[in-house]
Design a protein around this ligand. Structure first.
Ligand SMILES: N[C@@H](CCC(=O)N[C@@H](CS)C(=O)NCC(=O)O)C(=O)O
Length: 205
């Protein structure tokens, strides 16, 4: 049984969706970030970076316990452990890696910037928020094009979909209000309807 340390955030949901989609059993430990749970000594032993998600797998590689942070790394770990979500065909696999990276290193940071710029930075300016919202929509437009004629980003359900979905779901109001993006909106509805995704969102909050 994998212990999952998470919170109601996109990164937390990404890890939970990966565990569910891969059929791995896990126990949820919810952290209250506003109360500083991530900075408490017990959790820092698991992730010194003081951030969720993190997992502890008592049955890690070689039968040894494994502690792992970073939502993207957790998605990859679950996929490798279960043999799911990574296409067998090398070309499709490479494509899944490309879009996994687009979600984790392009789209997710843009979404985080919207959050920090509108609520955390010392000087707030709506124009800066608008800049990053437009950037996010432009990144979404690239995925929308990729989804033309495809149900899932790399053709089959993969790590790319797991990595992107929580961000798109978290920015639903912005994306729904934007013109076009029909393929992306249909994909988001398809993802939401997957039993594993719905179960993960319910478990993670
Ligand atoms: N790149 C990391 C980001 C992790 C991260 O920033 N987590 C946030 C929540 S989404 C967090 O735990 N922040 C600590 C805090 O707010 O105390 C990942 O993908 O896991």
């Amino acid at each position: 049984m994998i212990d999952l340390y998470t919170a109601s955030t996109g990164n937390g949901r990404r890890a939970t969706i990966a565990l569910e989609e891969c059929g791995l059993s896990y126990k949820v430990h919810k952290l209250d970030l506003a109360q500083g749970d991530a900075k408490k000594p017990d959790f820092l032993k698991i992730n010194p970076a003081a951030a969720v998600p993190a997992i502890v797998d008592p049955d890690g590689p070689g039968g040894k316990a494994l502690m792992l942070a970073q939502s993207g790394a957790i998605v990859l770990y679950c996929a490798e452990k279960s043999g799911k979500l990574i296409p067998k065909d090398p070309a499709k696999r490479a494509e899944a890696y490309q879009w996994f990276m687009q979600a984790t290193t392009d789209v997710a940071p843009t979404s985080s910037n919207i959050f920090y710029i509108s609520s955390h930075v010392p000087v707030k300016d709506p124009a800066n928020t608008a800049y990053f919202e437009q950037k996010l929509l432009a990144q979404c437009a690239v995925v929308d094009k990729q989804l033309q004629g495809r149900d899932y980003i790399a053709g089959e359900m993969s790590i790319a979909d797991v990595a992107l979905y929580p961000i798109v779901a978290g920015r639903k109001a912005l994306i729904d209000a934007a013109p076009g993006l029909a393929n992306l909106k249909a994909w988001a509805a398809r993802m939401a309807a997957r039993p594993a995704v719905a179960k993960a969102i319910a478990a993670n909050g």
